[in-house]
Design a protein around this ligand. Structure first.
Ligand code: ATP
Length: 189
């Protein structure tokens, strides 16, 4: 099983590169952002709760997120592996993921950290908001998301380094070039 964590700040290109990895390696894709947006669209109780946090640039509470993740993961049968996109976002989530995989006889194979400078993130997200109308891609909310990223999510870089799974990827440049770097890291596993 190939269990890949794709990591990076908002707008680092996790979703775009995940789609390519899924296609090439035949993995299942869990995008927690997509799961939450689908719940919001369907008007579920979970969606209503999630919307309040997302529109405010905050993270959904860990306990809720961890439950969602486990139930999506267990819905995959005979999987070649999974790409985790947008999860974990806190140390508590990383610890829960490790435990969840361990009890199923698995582990994270690699954590790919897509690094992109902050001014480029801002430019990309504002453009995405204009094109897709994503409610959380406006300047005020983006700034809050970046603060949350630095305080709650970036500490995972050292956590995965300590766990021996960390791999740095330069997230600036052509999409093909970035994907080539990702593939060479995966192919070494
Ligand atoms: P991308 O790199 O694809 O641009 P993104 O960070 O802009 O990613 P999503 O991953 O789609 O966006 O997440 C959108 C929002 O959903 C987050 O700002 C957060 O409120 C919520 N969310 C998603 N995943 C989690 C998680 N693991 N824990 C808590 N909240 C989450």
């Amino acid at each position: 099983m190939l269990n890949i964590v794709i990591f990076g700040a908002p707008g680092s290109g996790k979703g775009t590169q995940s789609a390519r990895i899924v296609e090439k390696y035949g993995l299942n894709h869990i995008s927690t952002g997509d799961v939450l947006r689908a719940e919001i669209k369907n008007g579920t109780e979970l969606g209503k709760t999630a919307k309040g946090y997302i529109d405010n640039g905050q993270l959904i509470p860990d306990a809720l997120m961890i439950d969602i993740l486990a139930s999506v993961f267990d819905s995959f049968k005979d999987s070649k592996g999974v790409i985790f996109d947008g999860f974990p976002r806190t140390i508590a989530q990383a610890e829960a993921l490790k435990e969840m995989l361990k009890v199923r006889g698995q582990e994270v194979s690699i954590m790919l950290d897509l690094e992109v400078p902050e001014d480029e993130l801002m430019t990309r997200l504002i453009k995405r908001g204009q094109e897709s109308g994503r409610a959380d891609d406006n300047e005020e909310t983006i700034k809050k998301r970046l603060v949350v990223y630095h305080s709650q999510t970036a500490p995972l870089i050292d956590w995965y380094k300590n766990d021996g799974k960390y791999c740095h990827i330069n997230g600036l440049g052509s999409m093909d070039g970035i994907f080539a770097d990702i593939c060479s890291a995966i192919d070494k596993l």
